[in-house]
Design a protein around this ligand. Sequence first.
Ligand code: TYM
Length: 334
Amino acid sequence: TTRIFSGIKPTGHLTLGNYLGAVRRWVDEDQHRADALFCVVDLHALTVAHDPARVRRLSRQAASLLLAAGLDPERCTVFVQSHVDEHTRLAYLLECTATDSEMRRMIQYKEKAARERGGGDGVRLSLLTYPVLMAADILAYGTDEVPVGDDQTQHVELTRDLARRFNERYGQVFTVPRATPPAVAARVMDLQDPASKMGKSHAETSGIVYLLDEPDVVRRKIMRAVTDSGSVVAYDREAQPGVSNLLDVLAACWGGGVRPDEVAGRFGSYGALKKETADAVVELLRPVRERHAEISADPEYVDGVLAAGAERARQLARPRVDSAYRAIGLMPAL
Ligand code: TYM
């Protein structure tokens, strides 16, 4: 069977970008057609300045939201990265396979390191090695497919390189995975700044729709989205990034393979497009928000799911990570 792995980082509240780019497919497709693992990658949240209590809170919230969105613990494995030691064990071996120049080429490193340098506390070494830990997350499970948004495909490419390199040098241990970004809304942009990605850790929040925003807040954010100076509703991400972003979002809400350029033809004005998009997003998120209220009222349920998930993940990862230890030349412990 196909093995699927993906993760989400608890550095902020989950956004519409996370949902359309990743989580919705985990729920609607991946958990039904494969042996899928979905991980709250808390160790990754420590790579930038962080508040310990907030990371802990956001990790629990992310897990609750994944369940609220419809991940079914009977069908897939939901767990927290730091509960399974295999990730960091394997990351070290992969660090002995990767090079520093490969790390410095990563777009996300360049962007985030620039931001962190501005903060004055320096850039954490773990920010540089982040993609290696991500590769370990993926490779520990013999993953075939990694459902992620566009911004993560470079990291998955690196993961492929590291898997091949390890296999060539030390023997066949890892499956070479591939990224499977969605056909529509693989990169949802900020509503106030359609040149940049809608990101959960951005400070300015008026252009970000959070999964737990109240309907009136969602409506307001979408109705105030920056559009373009023209007036024709056309799908052109270069010339009309704001409108095209709304078309992406609406096409994704409608689903069923509808393309954003087809959606464009149905609207005569920006206002009509915004109103339709706002309604569609509110309806899309409503059940998630309602179920989240129920699930987060039952922390024991969430704990139970995460404990069972971590147990299963450990059992899957350990043999492969142990083989990697042997292959690379480490002496078995007696
Ligand atoms: P993270 O937490 O930033 O995002 C989680 C998922 O949401 C997608 N995504 C988006 N998709 C479309 N438009 C957007 N604006 C948008 N913002 C985020 C991301 O592409 C991702 O699929 N490094 C990863 C977490 C990670 C991981 C892994 C993922 C760690 N280990 C192993 C897969 C496999 C990250 O920071 O995702």
